[in-house]
Design a protein around this ligand. Structure first.
Ligand code: SF4
Ligand code: SF4
Length: 348
């Protein structure tokens, strides 16, 4: 299977899983088309590699049971636990401006939506991305990738990673791993596309780059090296989601959890200053700052941000960090189950 087709199938399978549980969802995770694509893409995608691991743990279940999970998460009286519509997720109300904007984008691409679902439903946005990824063959990589990049930057990438992240914390054995893949996949796609764009810009300005490296040669007599490192100037802006650590190519960032707190750590000696962590941080918490080498303990892990862990209201076990809890609550409200650990949530 060509690479672009495997990418398209990831979007397509995610779209199916979030529309209504398809028949294949009743199978064990290792027999899902999502798993097959994740294995295929694992050598080039960290998100796919992690997904292959977590999807392989999902056990088979009847389709009726899968449907019950879906209904518990995405439907229900008094509003769903998780909104599957862009406008509702971003503004709290259905049929917002986003609904009409994405419908126009589909029409501009020569597509029409079928069925009763609103155009900004997660499954339709993902199906559109599947269409764009598949169309690399007919429209060429530049046109198709541009459209995919724009759609991720303006629509899918603005809310689906958060939905995926919230699902991954839902403790649901089926939609938790699917949510994690949704969050990781789109975050990685966003990051790769931003990097590709930076690469293209750098190429377009190659004379400046040459001059710049020339300047570096002259500066080599200076006794210290200037290096950019990530910092978090306002700790309250970091949700401790860990995405920055996931995309760091050299593992210079890590999230560690003790019984009492969650900490985002940096190993300055390992950081190569690529800035990927900053690009992926949706909260805008990370900044790249120039520091003189030696102004911090380069060979030791240092804390960038720290947050105490919340405790289950029932059994007292530590759950997620209070920073992450506050972030999820800001997105989905503060349902009672959020204050309990996954085991005690089963009583709801
Ligand atoms: S710095 Fe940004 S990406 Fe990293 S844990 Fe904090 S909020 Fe998440
Ligand atoms: S700048 Fe690059 S190498 Fe340094 S912590 Fe961020 S992602 Fe890792």
């Amino acid at each position: 299977m060509p690479m672009f087709r495997a990418r398209s199938r990831v979007y397509h399978a995610l779209a199916e899983a979030l529309a209504e549980p398809p028949d294949w969802l009743a199978l064990p995770g290792c027999e899902w088309p999502l798993f097959e694509c994740a294995v295929r893409l694992a050598p080039t995608s960290e998100a796919a590699r992690r997904a292959a691991e977590s999807l392989s743990q999902v056990r088979a279940e009847s389709l009726a049971a899968r449907r019950a999970r879906y209904a518990a998460l995405f439907a229900g009286p008094g509003g769903p636990r998780f909104w599957l519509y862009e406008s509702a997720a971003l503004t709290g109300r259905l049929l917002g401006a986003e609904t009409f904007v994405v419908e126009r984008l589909y029409r501009d691409a020569g597509l029409e939506t079928e069925g009763a679902e609103l155009p900004d439903h997660a499954s339709l946005e993902l199906a559109f991305l599947a269409h764009l990824a598949e169309n690399v063959e007919t429209t060429g990589p530049v046109v198709s990738t541009d459209m995919e990049r724009n759609f991720i930057a303006r629509h899918a990438g603005r809310w689906l990673p958060q939905l995926g992240q919230a699902l991954s914390h839902s403790a649901d054995e089926v939609y938790g791993p699917i949510g994690r893949l949704l969050a990781d996949w789109l975050t990685e796609a966003k990051c790769k596309m931003q990097n590709a764009e930076c690469g293209m810009r750098a190429e377009a300005h190659s004379p400046f780059i040459i001059q710049h490296s020339h300047l570096h040669q002259h500066a080599s007599a200076v006794s210290f090296r200037i290096q950019k490192l990530p910092v978090i100037p306002r700790a309250e802006s970091c949700t401790l989601c860990g995405f920055c650590a996931q995309v760091c190519p050299v593992r210079a960032l890590a999230v560690r959890e003790s019984d009492a707190e969650t900490t985002l750590l940096l190993l300055p000696a390992a950081c190569v200053g690529c800035g990927k962590c900053q690009l992926v941080c949706d909260a805008g918490a990370l900044e790249m700052t120039q520091l003189r080498e030696g102004s911090l303990s380069a060979g030791e892990w240092g804390a960038l941000c720290q947050s105490p862990r919340a405790r289950c209201r029932d059994c007292g076990q530590p759950t997620v960090s209070t920073a992450e809890l506050a972030f999820v609550a800001s997105r989905i409200g503060h349902p009672a189950w959020l204050d309990y650990c996954p085991d005690c949530r089963a009583h709801f």
